[in-house]
Design a binder for this molecule. Structure first.
Ligand code: FMN
Length: 300
């Protein structure tokens, strides 16, 4: 009997749909029955965004407030493998992904079931990953693999290009000068090789060591400067989220957060990274290696 796979995700631009298609193609080719389901928020987030709507979701993302989704209609009650695609929003699991992880039907489905996570991000995905990994662990899922895709362009460049993309809906070269935003087409197509690895594991029914095999193919790469920035940003985002959500009139606070974010990225981050490169990083190689390893593992 063919193996049953559930591939579930949410997408606005279709980028994650392309990734899931490329990733699952070798599995379907190998004869598995791949059921693809999209998470549907009851009130969907309009795409493209306006600037104010974009920043207004920050508190709910960071504080992990789920919003209602339509009850997912799964064909099976048990799958041989669940593939969860997700994206970070404000260094946190996106609201639709968080809502799915709070959905009872999905919770029952992943219990004692092999799960592979695949994320697509601008480039800051570590905090969201730690939260998704923890939630899956708490649900009793057997987390066997993780793949993390991101935009490889320099941080300030992808910050500009993602706003162009998110606010216009066009995954195109801004002003014909900037690079195309998002995950590179070659990286999207390249997920097929991870799918191939998973296909042979599925056939053999042996998940042990899958993550190491994926890591050898660079399914996850950790960039130190981004890891450094995310670690500093995490408590600050939380503080902002708490302040904003406690206000009756949130608009001025959301605007203030927006200006903070621009200043932090273009001024704060380069200064902190320079200070770190001089005073801390040269003496912390073991601590950094340990931290990186913690992000590479599925069971930590
Ligand atoms: C509200 C919002 C917040 C985002 N925050 C982050 C973030 O913190 N880190 C990051 O790397 N990408 C971030 N992104 C980019 C997304 O993770 C994702 O790559 C992009 O939105 C494309 O996803 P799609 O398939 O849903 O269109 C954000 C996107 C949105 C819409």
């Amino acid at each position: 009997m063919s193996k049953k796979i559930l591939a579930i995700y949410y997408t606005q631009s279709g980028q994650l749909a392309d990734i899931m298609t490329a990733f699952t193609a070798p599995l379907a080719h190998a004869g598995a029955a791949v059921e693809t389901v999209q998470i549907k928020p009851v009130e969907d987030f309009k795409f493209p965004w306006t600037g104010s709507r974009f920043f207004s979701v920050m508190p709910d993302c960071v504080l992990g407030v789920p919003r209602p989704i339509e009850e997912p209609d799964f064909k099976q009650t048990k799958y041989d493998l669940v593939i969860l695609g997700y994206q970070p929003w404000f260094l946190s699991p996106s609201i639709p992904c968080n809502a799915l992880l709070h959905n009872q039907t999905f919770q029952q489905l992943v219990k004692d079931t092999p799960v592979i996570t695949i994320s697509e991000a601008r480039n800051m995905w570590l905090n969201a990953w730690v939260r998704v990994r923890k939630m899956l662990k708490d649900l009793g899922a057997t987390h066997v693999g993780n793949i993390a895709l991101f935009d490889r362009h320099p941080n300030p460049i992808s910050f500009i290009t993602i706003f162009y993309w998110m606010l216009t809906g066009k995954k195109e070269k801004y002003l014909n000068i900037f690079p195309k935003p998002g995950v590179d087409a070659a990286d999207i197509a390249g997920t097929a090789k991870f799918g191939q690895i998973v296909a042979s594991r599925l056939a053999a029914g042996r998940w042990e060591g899958l993550q190491d095999e994926l890591l050898a193919e660079k399914a996850v790469e950790i960039k130190y400067p981004l890891m450094f920035i995310e670690a500093r940003a995490k408590p600050i985002f939380r503080a902002w989220a708490k302040i904003i959500s406690s206000r009756k009139n949130q608009a001025p606070w959301i605007a203030a957060f927006k200006y903070y974010l621009f200043a932090a990225l273009f001024l704060g981050a380069p200064i902190l990274l320079t200070l770190d490169a001089i005073f801390l990083r040269p003496f912390s190689s073991r601590r950094i290696a340990k931290k990186k390893l913690s992000y590479l593992q599925v069971n930590y």
